[in-house]
Design a binder for this molecule. Structure first.
Ligand code: GRF
Length: 204
């Protein structure tokens, strides 16, 4: 069997998407290895999940750097030291800069809790709810220099229910998001993928 896909995951919070990848990767038939987990803050459950799984972690806090560029370069260097094939931002609440984007162009994915191109930004579930949509969902995309604008790898639709709060909708979305992420990263590992303009296709 060929080597598993080496993945670095970036987190900022609870890390349930990371956990879904870790759980999937504990099955040898899932051809992915989470080789490190990075964060922009300390003492978060996402880092604890990595530590419990025996996976190396690193933290770079923006306020510890003189400039945002210096933070971006430190992040890029730490990620690169693990020689990933793919980097997955799973609830990482920071926009990376030019150094990171150019190093990982086409190999940096992010998951967003809305159906792109609707409701980009930090408050996808709340914005969808306020707009009154009846269907929302999640989007896995190849990160570009915009905010949640990159070419779409996978999406899943989720109903908005009467009485939903932003939190209840987000939790429903996250259930689908975890499954979408595991499935898509598994396909990337098995089949590869390519980006042609805005269109992403699995396969080599
Ligand atoms: C996910 O819904 C992600 O799309 C959003 O934040 C959430 C992170 O959840 N940006 P978790 O940390 O993986 O539990």
């Amino acid at each position: 069997m060929s080597e598993p896909l080496r993945v670095v995951v970036l987190v900022s919070g609870s890390g349930t998407n990371l956990q879904a990848l870790l759980d999937a990767a504990s099955d040898p038939s899932y051809p992915v290895s989470v080789v490190a987990v990075g964060a922009d803050r300390d003492a978060i459950e996402g880092l604890a999940r990595a530590e419990r799984a025996g996976i190396p972690t690193f933290v770079h806090r923006v306020p510890d750097f003189e400039t945002r560029e210096a933070w971006d370069e430190a992040l890029t260097a730490s990620v690169s030291s693990f020689e990933p094939d793919l980097v997955v931002s799973a609830g990482f609440m920071k926009l990376v800069g030019d150094a990171f984007l150019s190093r990982y162009a086409g190999r940096f994915l992010n998951t967003h809790p809305a159906l792109s191109p609707s409701f980009p930004g930090m408050h996808g579930p709340a914005d969808a709810l306020a707009y009154g949509v009846k269907v929302s969902g999640c989007t896995l995309f190849v990160v570009d220099s915009g905010v949640d604008t990159g070419p779409i790898v996978a999406q899943a639709a989720v109903p908005v229910l009467d009485g939903d709060s932003a939190e209840s909708l987000h939790e429903r979305i996250k259930t689908s998001e975890r499954a979408m992420l595991v499935e898509a990263v598994g396909r990337i590992a098995r089949e590869g993928f390519s980006v042609d303009g805005r269109v992403v296709r699995f396969g080599r």
